[in-house]
Design a protein around this ligand. Structure first.
Ligand SMILES: *[C@@H]1O[C@H](CO)[C@@H](O)[C@H](O)[C@H]1NC(C)=O
Ligand SMILES: *[C@@H]1O[C@H](CO)[C@@H](O)[C@H](O)[C@H]1NC(C)=O
Ligand SMILES: *[C@@H]1O[C@H](CO)[C@@H](O)[C@H](O)[C@H]1NC(C)=O
Ligand SMILES: *[C@@H]1O[C@H](CO)[C@@H](O)[C@H](O)[C@H]1NC(C)=O
Ligand SMILES: *[C@@H]1O[C@H](CO)[C@@H](O)[C@H](O)[C@H]1NC(C)=O
Ligand SMILES: *[C@@H]1O[C@H](CO)[C@@H](O)[C@H](O)[C@H]1NC(C)=O
Length: 623
């Protein structure tokens, strides 16, 4: 029995300890442009040296703001390396993450000092830098809360033509899965982009780390704000302990609730306004704790909270809903904003005026669907095989963010797979010098391919014949050689086929030739030796290897015969010549024998030398 008790106690201990000692959250920090790992004060934070980027140039950095991590390098992306550049970070465990990117300024006077560009995470746009960002602490970075499920994260920077994107640091910080849960229907699937995070009170800007906050809450940046208007709202601050502050899942720092802004008689209504992008959904989180020493019971401070004029929370009594004094409470709501401003108003109802400790505003972003993975891989293979110039980029996802698709790839949303697919490839006149990989057929939604005007060499892949939706295939003015694959004849939808201006040889497939009768437009001119359809030379007979051997043997036999005949003829001629010589010298018989068939009469006459004379003189009687 004691043994069982011991075992039971052990199990209990293990269970308790496994509950209490939660593992540290995953954290990865990269110092962009750094050749070595970097440690920064005051917390000796480790920043990994730069890796996982798709392009760009390392440079020395000037930190734009006081809150920027004290790093000395950055990576910037001039247009010559393409308009879309990414960091593709692997081995990130599945989970919920705060992804934060600090921007930098290149320490070089020539380069436009404040670039404006777009930032995307996993194909979803999370930030468009606005001019003046480098002079405002809370705009020197982009931050978003993202669920990562496939062990990788792709962060991309998109040029908008206003300077070169330049990135100082990247942080991938795991947070609690339930952090900022914005409600049932939006749960799990949404990205929250940090718009504003304010701590109502005086003091320096602070991160969670400066407050000794729990790392499962991320490392949020809190900008201090001491007044909502020019007039006289008031800051109060206390040292007292605040109950229920740093609790899961959000783990807000206790210090946040030890200061607050309260309304005064000359400014009873507290109103805070920020600029936002119109026609988006925003999640607003408001933090409270009753820390005013003049309040001692429920009902002494009641107010309404309005967002853009609509009541979001009615009859708010902080002490009552939090269950006491010096107790933290958080209210959240999601609103659709049609205009360009978001205004939160605390409107006094009963007793003392409003009080507020902190405000957070997030944009609720629906993540983009990505491009079908197989088609992305096919495009990457093509990029390599065709030798795509750097300036075309082709980094990140081909179709999203929708504001920045790859140039040369046309996208279409496929409802059956809920993914983007590629339906057109337009890389005409791009100086491509490689070959066309047969993987192109894995882009099976292609309707149009135009690779005209490059120097693509090698064969036309016969796999093209499997892209059944193909309507336009323009490979004109390249260096394709070999013959036209028969498989192209299977493309029943093909309307335009331009193969002119290449080095193609051989017979145009019968199935294509027949199609010319229909309304399709095919061009086979200007090639090395195409044949077999009207307008092109007719083709010679096609011979099998056996036939070729036969012809060669035949020719040899003929040659042999000619040689033999020649020899015979020559021999005979020699004989004749010799015979003539003999005849001429001495032998009339020989001569007579030679011309025997000609004139026997004559021969006879010749046998009698005086016969001629006799004949001339008249008939003679032969005896
Ligand atoms: C960056 O600064 C260091 C000195 O701090 C200097 O040696 C180095 O050449 C600079 N790098 C660039 C790319 O300007
Ligand atoms: C905002 O939320 C509403 C309701 O949840 C939704 O119908 C609408 O599409 C959302 N708008 C945007 C821009 O996400
Ligand atoms: C945020 O508000 C929703 C409903 O509006 C609620 O279900 C949810 O629990 C709240 N989240 C937190 C962390 O308070
Ligand atoms: C392909 O691109 C070339 C060059 O831009 C253009 O002249 C040609 O019309 C295009 N082909 C088709 C079939 O549209
Ligand atoms: C086509 O050209 C390539 C070189 O570009 C050559 O290696 C190959 O043998 C050629 N193919 C044919 C069928 O002529
Ligand atoms: C076919 O291409 C040649 C140039 O290679 C061009 O001169 C001709 O006009 C084209 N034919 C048609 C019908 O487009």
């Amino acid at each position: 029995m004691p043994r069982f008790l011991l075992l039971w106690l052990l199990v209990l201990c293990l269970t308790i300890s496994s509950f209490s000692s939660r593992p540290e959250p995953f954290a990865l920090r990269i110092s962009c442009g750094a050749r070595e790992n970097v440690h920064t004060p005051p917390t000796n934070t480790l920043w990994f040296k730069d890796f996982a980027y798709s392009g760009g140039i390392p440079a020395n950095a000037t930190a734009p703001s006081y809150v920027t991590p004290p790093l000395k390098t950055l990576r910037y992306f001039p247009l010559s390396v393409g308009s879309d550049n990414c960091y593709n970070i692997e081995r990130v465990p599945k989970g919920h993450y705060a992804v934060r990117i600090f921007f930098g300024l290149v320490a070089q006077p020539k380069i436009d000092n404040e670039p404006l560009f777009d930032v995307s995470v996993e194909g979803t746009l999370i930030n468009s830098l606005k001019s003046g960002w480098s002079s405002q602490d809370d705009q020197a970075f982009a931050e978003a809360l993202v669920f990562l499920t496939d062990k990788t994260v792709s962060l991309c920077f998109h040029s908008t033509g206003h300077g070169d994107p330049s990135i100082l640091s990247i942080e991938i910080l795991q947070v609690d899965n339930k952090v900022y849960n914005v409600g049932q229907q939006l749960d799990g699937g949404v990205i929250l982009r940090t718009v504003k995070r304010l701590n109502c009170g005086t003091g320096k800007p602070k991160f969670d780390a400066d407050y000794n906050g729990d790392r499962w809450g991320g490392d949020r940046f809190w900008k201090p704000i001491s007044t909502f208007s020019q007039s006289s709202d008031r800051v109060i601050s206390v040292e007292s302990k605040i109950k229920h502050a740093s609790e899961p899942p959000n783990f807000y720092p206790e210090g946040l609730y030890q200061t607050a802004i309260v309304g005064t008689d000359s400014q009873p209504e507290l109103a805070y306004t920020i600029e936002v992008d119109p026609n988006r959904n925003y999640s607003v989180w408001l933090h409270f704790a009753e820390i005013d020493p003049s309040i001692s019971a429920f009902g002494q401070r009641v107010f309404d909270i309005l967002i853009n004029g609509d009541i979001a929370f009615e009859n708010v009594d902080i002490a009552k809903i939090s269950g006491g004094l010096y107790v933290a409470v958080v209210l959240n709501t999601t609103v659709t904003i049609n205009g360009r401003t978001l205004t939160v108003v605390l409107q006094p109802k009963k007793g003392a005026h409003g009080i507020i400790s902190a405000i957070e505003v997030f944009e609720v972003v629906i993540p983009e669907s990505k491009t079908l993975a197989e088609e992305v891989r096919a495009l990457q293979t093509l990029k390599k095989a065709l030798g795509l110039p750097l300036r075309l980029g082709w980094n990140g996802d081909p179709c999203v963010p929708q504001q920045h698709p790859w140039s040369g790839a046309d996208c279409q949303f496929d409802r059956t797979s809920s993914k983007w697919v590629i339906d057109g490839l337009g890389l005409d006149n791009q100086g491509l010098k490689g070959f066309l990989a047969s993987d192109i057929s894995r882009l099976r939604h292609l309707q149009s391919i135009n690779l005209s005007g490059n120097t693509i060499h090698g064969a036309i892949p016969s796999s093209l014949g499997t892209i059944t939706s193909l309507e336009v295939l323009d490979l004109s003015y390249n260096s394709f050689n070999g013959s036209i694959p028969d498989s192209l004849g299977q493309l029943k939808s093909l309307q335009t086929l331009n193969l002119n201006g290449n080095f193609l040889v051989g017979k145009v497939p019968v199935a294509l030739g027949g199609r010319l009768l229909h309304r399709a437009s095919f061009n086979f001119t200007d090639n090395a030796g195409l044949c077999g359809i009207p307008g092109l030379p007719s083709c010679g007979h096609h011979l099998t290897a056996g036939q070729k051997v036969g012809i060669v043997l035949g020719a040899l036999t003929l040659l042999l015969l000619i040689v033999l005949c020649s020899i015979c003829w020559w021999k005979r001629r020699q004989n004749i010549l010799r015979a003539q010589q003999i005849a001429a010298r001495e032998a009339p018989y020989a001569k007579a024998r030679t011309h025997l068939s000609r004139d026997i009469q004559m021969s006879r006459n010749q046998n009698h030398p005086n016969a001629r004379t006799a004949a001339e003189n008249g008939p003679i009687l032969l005896s």
